[in-house]
Ligand binder design. Structure first.
Ligand code: NOJ
Length: 583
């Protein structure tokens, strides 16, 4: 499977339309959620979380995909895309997160329409059930005073727990509100879309939305859940067991005939490669420890190592707050393994261990726009081998890999040599892993279809294979200079956003979001060559695909876009390419 991926909160926009409830990302970015189902903000302007890096950016409008999905699918068809991975926004389906409050027919219909459009265009959809946008109705927040942890009076999101006798939190696991609601939501999706969609991921990057959600950029980053030694482990435990519950339901539905044996359930986890800086055994051990504490944290329990479904021993030995699975849970994990090993991977770093501490460095590796992204295709090959050697013969589904830049001009942006090199080399090393190392890799999905809302980095880091014209403008529902700041460390609202939120070119405007245009990058041309297009390419690409992207501006959409030369128009008439076969 060769394709591209996106996620709901990053592209859909229409955050307060079509009956959608508030999500923790709306709250975190300081969007106006007053009156939305599940909202915790009673009066605008709603507070913005101090941990959000690109203050003022929200997913309110994003790529306006909710309204432009038809055009977007037509574009995908033109690009010759065969596989498309997207996520469903939980608060669009269950606005408060609680089934008892009702489901949202309009939201359910939206994904029917999207899926139908994809299938009618010859594109196979893969669904991610959870890509980080938890309904806010499942997580309370005290803006003035932190709420107590492990208190059943409150909605605790993924942190659902009780207090153990020794004063440490014990995750509530399969009995938690969040896991039960997640199961009900997942079951609804399977019932609604199961006859149309065969491949289902329970979660995207469990590590990222737990480990980084206590002050390292991701939502919720709120008190009382900011102690990074404790709360990510509690959340992670609940996530693993919620995943298990969905797999059990999936198998049950396969047995009853509601789903077929061809349906596949999986989970996508993420790991960047950690290369020991030297051959010293301490460096090797440190690199291994980091991979076990990242990928292994979730994958050892879920996929099992030598038949054991538990946290890695290295974690057990070193982490005080690592929760415990019961014998019964480990047995169920063993009996309910996923069908494929979903893997997101981006870059590599070198690890050295000295005096009780490890350090990571990147000497010699080229960096993307993201602080954490260093390119080394050989690292990908090593990781693929690590997964094969560690977990055995699961088919590996590469669900993300990609490169960021910050190119603001569409004409400069399309000449994305960094991303082009990235895909060229990462695809080559994937092939080497398959052919020479015997890795059972069955998919490579580029991240992402188009530039979009890059979480705490807003729109400042562009990961798209299509460059996107966001039509920057003032969004009255996004933070402004007057927006109060929620200090995630003190757990109180303190001060105002000021100049940070008053910057230009931060938010796509809601004024004419239909007019956004998407622009072909060199890397997309390279990918098209990879998956082979029936309509887009009229000859062998190798000879002239650079020329196609430099001399001709292939854009999709009907609107204007801004270049250093001024405002240009994108319309079928204005298309300067002989390469696009009209849809
Ligand atoms: C992983 C996430 O799944 C995706 O949402 C994000 O945009 C990319 N990495 C890039 O950071």
């Amino acid at each position: 499977m060769l394709g591209v991926g996106t996620a709901a909160y990053q592209i859909e926009g229409a955050y307060n339309e079509g009956g959608r409830g508030a999500s923790i990302w709306d709250t975190y970015t300081g969007a106006n959620t007053v009156g939305m189902p599940g909202s915790v903000c009673k009066e605008a302007p709603c507070p913005l979380n101090s941990v959000m890096s690109d203050k003022g950016a929200t997913g309110n409008v994003a790529n306006n995909h909710y309204h432009k999905y038809k055009e977007d699918v037509a574009m995908m068809k033109d690009l010759g895309l065969k596989y498309y991975r997207f996520s469903v926004a939980w608060p669009r389906i269950v606005p408060t997160g609680h089934m008892k409050d009702g489901v949202n027919k309009e939201g359910i219909q939206f994904y029917h329409d999207l899926i139908d459009e994809l299938i009618n265009s010859g594109i196979t959809p893969l669904i991610t059930i959870y890509h980080w946008d938890l309904p806010q109705g499942l997580l309370d927040i005290g803006f003035e005073k932190a709420l107590p942890a492990c208190d059943p009076q409150y909605q605790q999101g993924w942190y659902d727990c009780t207090w153990g006798e020794d004063g440490t939190p014990i995750p509530t696991g399969m009995k938690s509100t969040v896991a039960k609601e997640f199961l009900a939501y997942a079951e609804l999706l399977l019932q609604e879309y199961g006859d149309k969609v065969k491949a289902w991921a329970t979660f995207n990057e469990a590590w990222t939305f737990t480990a980084l959600a206590s002050g390292y950029g991701k939502a919720p980053s709120q008190q009382p859940y900011m102690d990074v030694d404790i709360w990510p482990k509690v959340a992670g435990h609940n996530v693993i067991l919620a995943h298990l519950m969905v797999v059990m339901k999936f198998r049950e539905m396969q047995k009853s005939g509601a789903l077929t044996p061809e349906h596949k359930v999986f989970i996508t986890n993420n790991q960047d490669w950690r290369e020991p800086l030297t051959e010293k055994k301490e460096d090797i051990a440190a690199a291994h420890y980091l991979i076990e504490g990242g990928l292994g944290w979730f994958c050892d329990p879920i996929f099992g190592v030598d038949g054991v479904h538990d946290y890695p021993k290295s974690m057990r030995k070193t982490l005080k707050y690592l929760p415990k699975f019961s014998e019964e849970e480990m047995k169920l994990l063993k009996e309910n393994k996923p069908d494929a090993f979903g893997l997101n991977h981006y870059g590599t770093s070198f690890v050295a261990y000295d005096n009780g501490k490890y350090t990571t460095t990147h000497a010699g590796l080229v960096q993307g726009k993201s602080s954490w992204l260093f390119r080394a295709a050989w690292g990908y090959r090593k990781l693929l081998n690590w997964v094969k050697n560690h977990y055995g013969e699961y088919p590996i589904w590469g669900t993300e890999a990609g490169w960021s830049d910050g190119l603001e001009d569409p004409l400069a942006g399309k000449q994305d040599s960094g991303r082009l090199t990235y895909y060229q080399t990462y695809l080559l090393e994937s092939l080497n892993a398959i052919k020479e190392d015997g890795v059972k890799m069955e998919s490579f999905m580029a991240w992402s279809l188009m530039d979009n809302f890059e979480w705490e980095m807003g729109y400042a880091e562009r990961f798209g294979c299509m460059w996107n014209e966001f039509l920057w403008d003032k969004d009255p529902n996004a933070p402004s200079a007057d927006t109060p700041i929620y200090n995630a460390y003190s757990g109180k609202v303190e001060g105002k956003c000021g100049d940070d939120c008053a910057r230009q070119r931060v938010a796509p405007g809601p004024q004419r979001p239909k007019d956004q245009t998407r622009h072909m990058r060199n890397s997309m041309l390279r990918l098209i060559e990879t998956w082979g297009s029936p309509t887009m390419i009229t000859g062998p690409m190798q000879d002239d695909f650079f020329q196609a992207a430099t001399d001709q501006n292939i854009c999709f959409g009907h609107g204007t876009y801004e270049t250093s030369d001024g405002i240009e128009e994108c319309s079928p008439e204005a298309l300067s390419t002989k390469r696009v076969v009209p849809a």
